[in-house]
Design a protein around this ligand. Structure first.
Ligand code: URA
Length: 265
């Protein structure tokens, strides 16, 4: 009894120490089912025993299911519901909330981010943290707001925002290629239902999903197409928070968006 009590006290001290270091979440790269036989098996080699051969059919099923659920969605509410019922993306298991969208569904400009962060996961709304606040500050000078009720003479239109991935990845890691691929049918449908005149791809993950390319430093500032809709790749606002010198590039991209909007809207 003494031994297990000592062990417990040690464990508590260890946890306190971790808290002091700032550890406030305990999440791995992907969720582990600790009740499954593999998780209970002490042989560590077996833990990652899903072979490539097993992975492919799993991914194919995930994509097929995503396509079918997305296809059945006739409006944004149904699409949100389909996402809530989609069980093939493991990120969902570690997230608090489905983070679907924010802004005006009738907007001419649709911005596509990467995946929710901590604040977004808590509130269930995209781009509400520091990056989101910066994004709002960037949109305002070119006359865009995501808040329809704010529309007055100072604005030329509204914006709508979603992410490639609607669930927060653990520790904000990048979504992996399989996760992006299985969520793509939902994103495509999302864009189809909103029908924007211009899409803004924020950062590499979004560029990968929408135009099949990465390398935001080279891609930004030029127009691409996503199924006939013009796409402007831009630095992600979270990147701009860390690299303020890149804000001048973002400003030049915003001006291009404003110009295009005047031409086509
Ligand atoms: N970064 C993103 O890409 N999306 C969010 O919703 C928040 C931060």
């Amino acid at each position: 009894i003494m031994d297990s009590k000592t062990e417990m006290m040690d464990a508590i001290e260890l946890l306190k120490w971790q808290l002091e270091l700032g550890v406030d979440e305990n999440i791995g790269n992907s969720p582990i089912d600790r009740f499954s036989e593999i998780a209970l098996d002490p042989d560590p080699k077996k833990k990652n025993s899903i072979s490539e051969d097993q992975k492919m059919p799993k991914l194919n099923t995930a994509i097929t299911q995503a396509k079918s659920l997305a296809e059945q969605s006739e409006n944004l509410d149904q699409l949100k519901n389909s996402l809530a019922n989609y069980e093939f993306c493991d990120l969902k298991k570690g997230a608090r909330n489905l983070v679907f969208s924010s802004g005006d569904p009738d907007a001419n400009v649709m911005l596509v981010g990467e995946a929710p962060g901590r604040e977004e996961d808590i509130q269930g709304i995209p781009f509400v943290g520091r990056a989101g606040q910066l994004l709002d500050k960037m949109l305002r000078p070119i006359g865009l707001t995501r808040d329809k009720d704010q529309l007055d003479n100072n604005f030329i239109g509204t914006a709508y925002i979603c992410n490639v991935i609607p669930w927060r990845p653990p520790q904000n890691r990048d979504p992996n290629p399989d996760e992006i691929e299985m969520m793509l049918p939902f994103l495509k449908k999302h864009i189809e239902l909103v029908g924007p005149k211009i899409i803004v791809a924020l950062g590499n993950i979004s560029c990968r999903a929408l135009i099949g390319q990465t390398g935001i430093t080279k891609l930004r500032g030029s127009w691409f197409d996503f199924e006939q809709t013009p796409v402007m790749p831009m630095f992600h606002p979270a990147y701009l928070l860390r690299n303020t010198a890149a804000k001048k590039d973002a400003w030049s991209d915003l001006l291009k968006i404003k110009k295009k909007l005047k031409e086509i809207a």
